[in-house]
Write a protein that binds this ligand. Sequence first.
Ligand code: NDP
Ligand code: 2IT
Length: 445
Amino acid sequence: MDKNVEVFMNYIIERNPGEKEFHQAVLEVAESIMPFIQKNPKYKKAKILERISEPERVVMFRVPWMDDSGEIQINRGYRIQMNSAIGPYKGGLRLHPSVNLSILKFLAFEQVFKNSLTTLPIGGGKGGSNFDPKGKSDAEVMRFCQSFMTELYRHIGPNTDVPAGDIGVGGREIGYLFGQYRRLRNEFSGILTGKALNWGGSLIRPEATGYGCVYFAEEMMKTKKETLKGKICTVSGSGNVAQYTVEKLLQLGAKPVTLSDSSGMIYDPDGIDDEKLAWIMDLKNIRRGRIKEYADEFNVNYEAGKRPWEIKCDMAFPSATQNEINQNEAKTLVDNGCISVAEGANMPTEPEGIEIFQEAKILYGPGKAANAGGVATSALEMSQNSLRMSWCREEVDEKLHWIMQNIHENCVKYGKENKYVNYVNGANIAGFVKVADSMLDQGLV
Ligand code: NDP
Ligand code: 2IT
């Protein structure tokens, strides 16, 4: 490890003991940025790296609610307001039993760079709770969301902080959260994105992360004079991001063959087609079932406890969660001829896995670039709310497509090394410069 990175990381670890996901995310950025900072001493003198890795504000709160049997439950809620130098804090809310301070700080930290890359005026934040929506009734989810918002409402606002969805938070939860905010404040405003169309949502926001990730992969493939046509694709997860990744892959003539959830994976060698995808969307979004049921319905293989990375593919789309591709799985992907990995999830590849991809010189698009289409379209939802107007599907999709191409171009600009594009360095440096310069402009903030 570079000496300066080592000194910096010791400082981070000492200030944030035990927060291993946060350390992992900061280390990846520090390794990209340190050589750039050495060349541009104004950032070093102003201690931008130290400041950018310290949240502007962290809110932690009690979320009491009553379950259907009348028992009182207590969860912990969080909002990490990481950086607002270029716009209001923006980023999702995650509801998952694994949620803790370290995971949300890593996500908020990534969000700062990602949001900067989108070209739109949004700062970075993240929040959520260790509440597990799985197996809960709609009424329980509603009571939880109402209690959560009863504290969160004082910390957010259309020009302050605008949360959205992430794992465990989709249209249903955004609805309950928005309803409670509106009651508490007696105000109808764009304080959340991912809203339904009838009350201020944007067309294409549900599709945006998955579509954007495939657009990004398409741009990476163009650098190799390749298209997606006929490419075998492995996709993990089966939630929002995975579903719309599959939809766009099908539109571009690729062949998605896997999906997964936290219980296991399915492999469909004939390919997941539009009809099967519609069935999955009903299973996951309405019936809230498990991916195993796909194997029973379509008579394909289900492997309990497995992830899709042993399946031979041309392109991989990790779209479930952090650290879902380890070193061995990365090696298996490369050995099996995979030429592109585009991350729909946040930080899905462990650092040792990233090294394998980069050493093999395959196309590797890190989450903060490849999955930025979701938050970018959230920012487009904010614009439409401010205008009190809404744009048609084509207009939003065109803007999303342009944004993903622009992010790709910026990654190439800052990440080109001889004939190879290091998208990690590209995304980190391009994302950093805009925020860092804004912090310099604004004095000691
Ligand atoms: P969803 O809740 O819709 O779906 C999550 C999927 O991932 C489910 O299939 C879930 O399985 C699986 N999963 C979640 N946690 C784990 C785990 N610990 N181990 C294995 N599988 C797991 O979430 P999204 O699709 O919205 O989010 C997926 C990823 O994309 C996350 O990393 C998120 O941060 C990222 N992302 C999301 C964006 C968005 O707009 N929604 C934008 C940018 C990034 P199960 O049902 O069994 O839990
Ligand atoms: O990780 C992410 O970028 C998201 N979960 C989307 C955040 C947003 O504000 O749309």
